[in-house]
Design a protein around this ligand. Structure first.
Ligand SMILES: *Cc1c(COP(=O)(O)O)cnc(C)c1O
Length: 463
């Protein structure tokens, strides 16, 4: 019998391995002990007890030899480091913004933007919330309003741009509260909490037209804007022959600035920035950054970190890199779909999201189905994932009740340039085993709940 040749060419990685990091293997008995000690929260596991770590793609990328060489070129001057100027020029070139304020990571930039732009009583519309982004908006006295398209909440809807802004919902908010109460629209590209779904260029342009009519600014959460650009290249008519870099530049041109976590797209372990086109806002930000992060030419980063991030940006916009990056995530997603394991569709940019509600129809949302599933995955094969459901959604700041998100997901997040196709096979096999055992799950009870961003440190025990 002959094996059929696949019709498509492979997405194989455009790099080879130069240094390896051995992984520790654990037994099932060891993992059962470890998850109890961690209070059934994968954030509280020791990474030494993890085999394949898909907790996050944040700060977990492998750097290239060119980035490591850049680390040796660190200029650790307190003020005016040459690495800052290289970073600034690189951001200006690839993202197109005028002014750059470095920060220690994305939330540092979110804090600065929120403090500068938001007045108490303001509303900040966005395409689905992100944990740290919404918290900083709330700490500044604002109220986040979700204006994402409704299909974003349906894990089976196959539409290509489920991160889009619902223009009708945005317009309704503007007429209800008035444009003066809306300092900016926060546009995330891609949308992490919706499953890494992209927003289209056409939608971004339309948001720009609408906000221009009302004098409202747009700030991007550009954390995964390069992945978003690659999806536009793949899916949106008219963009196939443009490079990822060209698409990124056009996309950013419809906004007034961005917050950025360099720990994602930009292929570094730490770092971030705030970018702005408005000179007055920039002056305020470069003053405020001194209070929270450090001088405006380092913002909490060492010179070598800024150099690694500048070089990471250059590598991140290469089409070959993105094809392998998105291709690997897609590969894992396809395996799971072929085996009937329920996942969010279409497969997103940085992660495959398991649909915990479909795994465990016997559990109510108060019994934490996604938290339960993440713990079960770890015990099965040492794969660490993250809950993105009711625990991550937190409580309503007015009523104190749980937010009940429509999606109850477990995120298998793929670090960039770290794991191989064989690792993806192990992950898929483990998720399929947990799927086979789904009827046995009985849920969890929360025994400790921290006040802020509870998903990081909450503890649970089995029901
Ligand atoms: C990670 C992330 C942030 C916050 O960035 P940090 O570097 O973790 O502080 C903001 N928005 C999105 C969409 C993210 O994924």
């Amino acid at each position: 019998m002959s094996i059929q040749r696949p019709a498509r060419r492979s997405w194989a990685e455009p790099w080879k391995v130069k240094v390896v990091e051995p992984l520790k293997m654990t037994t099932r008995a060891e993992r059962e002990r470890a998850i109890v000690e961690a209070g059934y929260n994968t954030f509280l596991l020791r990474s030494d007890d993890v085999y394949i770590d898909l907790l996050t793609d944040s700060g977990t990328s492998a750097m290239s030899d060119w980035q490591w060489a850049g680390m040796m070129m660190g200029d650790e001057a307190y003020a005016g480091s040459r690495n800052f100027y290289n970073l600034e020029e690189t951001i200006q070139k690839y993202y197109g913004f005028k002014y750059v304020v470095p920060t220690h990571q994305g939330r540092g930039a979110e804090n600065l933007l929120s403090q500068i732009a938001i007045e108490p009583g303001d509303y900040v519309p966005g395409n689905m919330y992100f944990t740290t982004t919404r918290l900083h908006q709330e700490l500044a006295g604002g109220t986040f309003v979700d204006v994402i398209v409704p299909e974003a909440h349906d894990p089976l809807d196959e539409r290509p741009f489920k991160g889009n802004i619902d223009l009708g919902a945005l317009e309704a908010l503007i007429s209800k509260v008035g444009a003066k109460k809306i300092p900016y629209v926060c546009v995330a590209a891609t949308v992490n909490m919706a499953g890494g779904q992209p927003i289209s260029m056409a939608n971004m342009k339309a948001v720009r037209e609408l906000t221009d009519k009302h004098g409202i600014k747009i700030f991007l959460d550009a954390t995964r804007a390069v992945e978003n650009a690659f999806f536009i290249k793949q899916r949106e008519p008219g963009y196939r022959d443009k490079s990822t870099a060209e698409i990124l530049l056009e996309f950013c041109s419809y906004s007034d600035g961005c917050t950025m976590s360099g720990k994602k797209d930009a292929l570094v372990n730490i770092g971030g920035w705030l970018a702005l086109n408005d000179k007055d806002m920039y002056e305020e930000a470069s003053n405020l950054v001194v209070v929270f992060e450090g001088l405006h030419t380092y913002g909490g980063m060492a010179g070598r970190d800024m150099e690694a991030m500048a070089r990471g940006i250059v590598e991140s916009v290469q089409d070959d890199h993105m094809r392998a990056r998105i291709g690997q995530v897609e590969y894992l997603g396809r395996r799971l779909m072929d085996w009937g394991v329920p996942v969010v569709r279409p497969i997103g940019g940085h992660a495959v999201y398991l649909d915990a509600k479909a795994f465990y129809p016997q559990l109510t949302q108060d019994q934490f189905p996604a938290q339960t599933l993440a713990a079960a995955l770890y015990v099965d094969a040492g794969v660490r994932a993250m809950e993105r459901g009711i625990v991550s959604a937190g409580r309503d700041k007015q009523t104190g009740k749980h937010h009940y998100p429509k999606l109850e997901l477990v995120r298998l997040t793929i670090p960039r340039r770290v794991y191989t196709q064989a690792h993806m096979d192990v992950v898929a096999e483990s998720a399929a085993c947990v799927w086979d055992d789904r009827a046995k799950a009985t849920g969890l009870r929360m025994t400790y709940e921290p006040k802020y961003l509870r998903f990081f440190q909450a503890r649970f025990e089995p029901l």
